[in-house]
Design a protein around this ligand. Structure first.
Ligand SMILES: Cc1cc2nc3c(=O)[nH]c(=O)nc-3n(C[C@H](O)[C@H](O)[C@H](O)COP(=O)(O)OP(=O)(O)OC[C@H]3O[C@@H](n4cnc5c(N)ncnc54)[C@H](O)[C@@H]3O)c2cc1C
Length: 339
């Protein structure tokens, strides 16, 4: 029988190591556990919040209702076709373990997404992305369970409305579904994307001109380890903000004032400006405010130097947002999820 614990502190379950207690907290390992938890929440009139690896989360205060930590694991190859293979992962599986599994099976598509923290089930929520590749590029379908009714539903690619760090699960269906499993369509033949970030440069340095999947993940591991703080050493949740998309017209005006402004193509003919650069220009890179700061090597990442609480994070975020607005006239938006 599902029997959640009361008043469990969430900080240890997040990579930022910040978090007040949840009213109720339970760990689920099977679909039966999940169905029982949904029934318990219904009978006790509690809302459910699904927790994966806590690597994209700021717990801003005491969490009312039931926090369900998802540990439903498993990976399997569903079917093999001439050019592609369908692979299904249960939502509580580690994303990195999943990518490793696809690499071991010589399947292409997820290599650039190697070493992203968290669980498979959270990946569609913000359509995770790195080095010019997004989850949606290999997405086939997902199975979800309605958190109120327990009903199961399949979402195909178009249903998920994926965008830049965005999906229907961050908007219209926010908090409505438990993502139970994700199926990806992975290629048997190479279709590598190497031009983004420092991938090509690193491969050249190593004298590799025909990279294998293992070469790519080795290079990505090196790039990520050199740039991103390890949450086990310096707690953080990756990029705190999204990059900032502006219209061509607004970008032209900014370019006149700041000719050195970095940029790359965004969605719907917009231009993306690295928000880390905007924050850096406002003098926040590596500058502490109490126990938190924007990371000294990458100003997009907010780090907890020890003992930080949500109020410290929110105070820094407020200052950063106001400074960027004042200097550039731009509203920067959170990538992180707040509860
Ligand atoms: C050092 C570092 C680097 C990172 N780099 C990247 C990067 O390159 N690209 C990138 O896109 N992200 C990156 N991230 C962010 C993060 O790893 C991803 O967003 C990841 O998908 C979050 O997974 P999680 O299991 O930890 O989710 P959580 O933080 O636990 O949850 C995030 C959101 O998803 C919801 N959720 C989680 N699981 C489910 C489920 N099964 N069903 C329904 N809702 C669910 C939660 O309710 C919450 O709203 C990075 C994070 C860190 C710490």
């Amino acid at each position: 029988m599902f029997n959640p614990q009361k008043n469990i502190k969430l900080a240890p379950y997040t990579t930022l190591k910040i978090g007040a207690p949840a009213e109720f907290f339970g760990i689920i390992k099977t679909k039966e556990d999940l169905k029982e938890a949904i029934l318990w929440a219904k009978n006790n009139k509690k809302t459910i919040f699904v927790l994966g690896g806590g690597s994209n989360l700021l717990v801003t205060g005491r969490v009312k209702g039931l926090v369900l930590k998802n540990e439903i694991r498993g990976l399997k190859i569903l079917s093999k076709k001439k050019d592609y293979v369908l692979v299904e992962a249960m939502a509580g599986e580690s994303w990195t373990k999943f990518v490793n599994f696809t690499i071991e099976n010589n399947l292409y598509g997820l290599e650039n997404l190697f070493l992203i923290y968290g669980t498979v089930g959270a990946a569609p929520i913000q359509n995770i992305g790195a080095y010019g590749v997004e989850l949606k590029d290999s997405f086939y379908s997902l199975q979800a369970i309605n958190l109120k009714t327990g009903q199961e539903k399949i979402f195909k690619l178009a249903d998920c409305r994926f965008g830049y760090r965005d999906s229907i699960f961050k908007n219209k269906l926010k908090g409505k579904y438990f993502i139970y499993s994700v199926t990806l369509k992975l290629k048997k033949k190479a279709g590598l994307k190497l031009s983004y970030g420092a991938i090509n440069t690193e491969l050249n340095k190593r004298g590799i001109n025909k990279p294998t999947l293992k070469d790519i993940v080795a290079v990505i591991m090196e790039i990520r380890n050199s740039k991103l703080p390890n949450p086990g050493i310096l707690p953080n949740a990756g990029s705190y903000f999204k990059n900032t998309e502006v219209s061509k017209k607004d970008f032209a005006a900014l370019l006149k004032k700041y000719p050195q402004i970095p940029n790359f193509p965004g969605e719907k003919k917009k231009i993306k400006i690295p928000t880390g650069w905007l924050i850096e220009q406002c003098g926040f890179k590596g500058k502490p405010l109490g126990p938190v700061s924007m990371y000294e090597k990458q100003a997009l990442i907010l780090v907890n130097h020890g003992g930080a609480e949500a109020k410290h994070v929110l105070a820094l975020v407020k200052k950063v947002k106001a400074a960027v607005k004042k200097k550039f006239g731009l509203d920067i938006k959170e990538e992180i999820n707040l509860i």
